[in-house]
Design a protein around this ligand. Structure first.
Ligand SMILES: *Cc1c(COP(=O)(O)O)cnc(C)c1O
Length: 226
């Protein structure tokens, strides 16, 4: 039986561990669906296309926190820089430079996560540890005034193998801990681990997620692959 968005939200919320925030991933879904979730009290939403986020932001309530969760092209940053709360998908120094530049135009500091490639699949975007450290050590990064790195993000392999999923999440938490020690020991703001989607968020929470990104378990299956 189909459950309502409100019922689905209640179910996911009831399973949240302490300290975990839920991002409702509304990509491909109409604004009416976002509004329904909003009316049920949800305030954090995730989108993975800049123009879609821009259009939804324009018509939906102002107190929504918009999270950008997908691969972000540099030439699209300008559509989200004015209002985005958190960009989960920083996967290069050059993208971070563009975010810094666009944030400056709006006199903002934009919070960002470094996205890591933790899955065994080849297709997913993301940094490895060496690339992340090179970014954090670069003069370009150190000169930035309008971005703040507040944690890490990753996607596990799309599989039924829960052992594999668990080990990939544990790896991301481990990366978080190492970066925290080496680069952010005195920064309380560096505290987010964004991991877990509809099919694997319970495992992600057990492995230390602070942000989970849940779409289809709230809004139902998407019509096209996104
Ligand atoms: C689509 C998407 C999600 C949500 O996926 P569901 O399986 O629908 O919960 C989470 N994270 C990212 C990066 C996504 O692109």
């Amino acid at each position: 039986m189909e459950h309502s968005i409100q019922e689905n939200l209640a179910t996911v919320r009831a399973s949240l561990r302490e300290g975990v925030r839920l991002i409702a991933v509304s990509k491909t879904k109409p604004v009416e669906d976002v509004q329904q979730a909003y009316d049920a009290g949800q305030r954090l939403f995730g989108e993975n296309h800049a123009l879609e986020m821009r259009d939804k932001h324009a018509v939906l309530p102002n107190d929504i926190e918009w999270h950008f969760i997908g691969h972000l092209q540099s030439n699209k940053v300008k559509y989200i820089a004015e209002y985005v709360s958190l960009i989960h998908s920083i996967d290069s120094l050059s993208l971070l430079q563009v975010v810094d530049k666009e944030a400056a135009k709006h006199n903002r500091v934009i919070d960002c996560l470094l996205q890591f490639h933790i899955a065994t699949e080849e297709t997913k975007f993301g940094l490895d540890q060496q690339e992340a450290e090179a970014l954090l050590q670069s003069d370009e990064y150190r000169a930035m005034q309008h971005v703040r790195i507040v944690g890490v993000m990753g996607m596990a392999t799309n599989t039924e193998n829960t052992q594999l999923i668990r080990s990939e999440f544990a790896h991301l938490r481990n990366l978080f801990t190492q970066l925290k020690q080496r680069y952010f020991a005195n920064a309380d703001s560096f505290r987010e681990i964004s991991m877990g989607m509809s099919h694997d968020y319970p495992i992600a929470m057990e492995e230390g997620a602070t942000l989970i990104r849940v779409g289809s378990a709230i809004f139902g299956a998407r019509n096209y692959n996104n």
